[in-house]
Design a protein around this ligand. Structure first.
Ligand SMILES: NC(=O)C1=CN([C@@H]2O[C@H](COP(=O)(O)OP(=O)(O)OC[C@H]3O[C@@H](n4cnc5c(N)ncnc54)[C@H](OP(=O)(O)O)[C@@H]3O)[C@@H](O)[C@H]2O)C=CC1
Ligand SMILES: O=C(O)C1=N[C@H](C(=O)O)C[C@H](O)C1
Length: 260
C-alpha cells in the first residue's frame, strides 16, 4: 500500500500545489481540509474534503499543513493524538505555539520548517558560518525579505530562521541579541549586535531573502530567490516521505536534506 498523505488547507496556494506533488510522487492523496465555514472551492473531483483535522489525520499516514499560525497548535495536537506524522510549513508561530509543537513531537514525528526549499536550507547553514566569522561589534546583520501582497505575517518565517541562524553563529539567541524591526520615525541609532529585519510586500513575489553584514569598510550579502512556490511543495512531499515511519521527534528540513 502506498503512503497516504493528507493536506490541511487544500484550497490554498500551497495546498493546491501539494495535491499535485503528492500524486506526482506516487503517494495516495487521502484528502484535505478547508477552514470551517469556508466556501467549498473547486477541488479535484472525488477527493474527500472535510473541516475536521482529526478525521484527516485518521485517514492519513502523514498530514502536510500550510495553513496559518493560529491552527498550528491544534493541528500538532491532532497529529500527536492520532499518531500521524505532521509536516508543518505555516509561518508566524509565536514562541508558545512553537513550544506546543515541540511538545506534540514527543508523541509523533513532526518536521517543522520555515522554508522547504533546499537552497534556503543551505543558506541557513551558511548564514550561521558567516555570523561566526564576522564579529558583531563590526558587522551589523540586516535581513531583508520581499513577498507577494497577500502574505499576512511579517517578518517571514524564513527571515526569522535566518535571524536565529545568525544569532546561533554568534553563540547567542535571537531574543538575547535583540530584533530591530520596522524602523520608523525617531527610532534611535542601531544597536550593536542586534539583528535587523525589513519586510517588503508587493505584487506576486514568491519569496526573496537577503542577509547583509555591513561593516565600516565592507559589505557582504547573500540572496535567495524563489521563482516558483512549487519548490516548497516538492520539499514538503520529500519531507513527508522521509519522516514516515520515523521515531517521534521534532525534525527540521536540514535533517531531511542531510545538511545538518
Ligand atoms: N515553510 C514553507 O516553505 C512555506 C510556508 N508557507 C506558509 O504557509 C502558509 C500558507 O501559505 P499560502 O498557501 O500561501 O496561503 P493561503 O492563504 O493561500 O492558504 C492557506 C489556506 O489554509 C486555509 N485554512 C486556514 N485555516 C484553516 C483551517 N483551520 N483548516 C483548514 N484550512 C485552513 C485557508 O482558508 P481560507 O482562505 O478560507 O482562510 C487557505 O485556503 C503561510 O503561513 C505561509 O507563510 C508558504 C510557502 C512556503
Ligand atoms: O507566505 C509565503 O509565501 C512564504 N512563506 C514562508 C515564510 O514565511 O518564510 C516561506 C516562503 O518565504 C514563502
Amino acid at each position: 500500500m502506498t503512503i497516504r498523505i493528507g493536506i490541511a488547507g487544500i484550497a490554498g496556494r500551497m495546498g493546491r500545489l501539494l495535491a499535485e506533488e503528492i500524486v506526482a510522487a506516487g503517494a495516495t492523496l487521502s484528502g484535505g481540509t478547508i477552514r470551517p465555514g469556508a466556501a467549498l472551492a473547486t477541488l479535484p473531483p472525488g477527493l474527500p474534503v472535510m473541516t475536521d483535522i482529526v478525521a484527516l489525520c485518521e485517514a492519513s499516514d502523514v498530514v502536510i499543513d500550510f495553513t496559518h499560525a493560529r491552527t498550528a497548535r491544534a493541528h500538532a495536537l491532532a497529529a500527536a493524538e492520532t499518531g500521524t506524522v505532521l509536516i508543518l510549513g505555516s509561518s508566524g508561530l509565536s514562541v508558545t505555539d512553537e513550544e506546543a509543537v515541540a511538545e506534540a513531537a514527543h508523541r509523533t514525528p513532526i518536521v517543522y520548517a520555515a522554508n522547504f526549499a533546499p537552497g534556503v536550507n543551505l543558506f541557513l547553514a551558511i548564514a550561521e558560518r558567516m555570523a561566526a566569522a564576522l564579529p558583531p561589534a563590526q558587522y551589523d546583520a540586516e535581513i531583508v525579505e520581499m513577498h507577494h501582497r497577500q502574505k499576512v505575517d511579517a517578518p517571514s518565517g524564513t527571515a526569522v530562521a535566518l535571524g536565529r541562524a545568525v544569532a546561533a553563529g554568534r553563540g547567542t539567541t535571537l531574543e538575547e541579541a535583540g530584533r530591530e524591526s520596522g524602523r520608523d520615525g525617531h527610532c534611535g541609532a542601531r544597536g550593536t549586535g542586534t539583528i535587523g529585519f525589513a519586510a517588503l510586500r508587493g505584487g506576486q513575489v514568491v519569496g526573496e531573502h537577503t542577509l547583509l553584514f555591513a561593516a565600516a569598510s565592507e559589505h557582504i550579502s547573500l540572496t535567495h530567490r524563489s521563482f516558483d512556490r512549487r519548490v516548497y511543495a516538492t520539499g514538503a512531499v520529500r519531507a513527508a516521505l522521509w519522516a514516515a515511519g520515523r521515531t517521534p521527534g521534532l525534525y527540521g528540513m536540514g535533517e531531511v536534506l542531510g545538511i545538518r
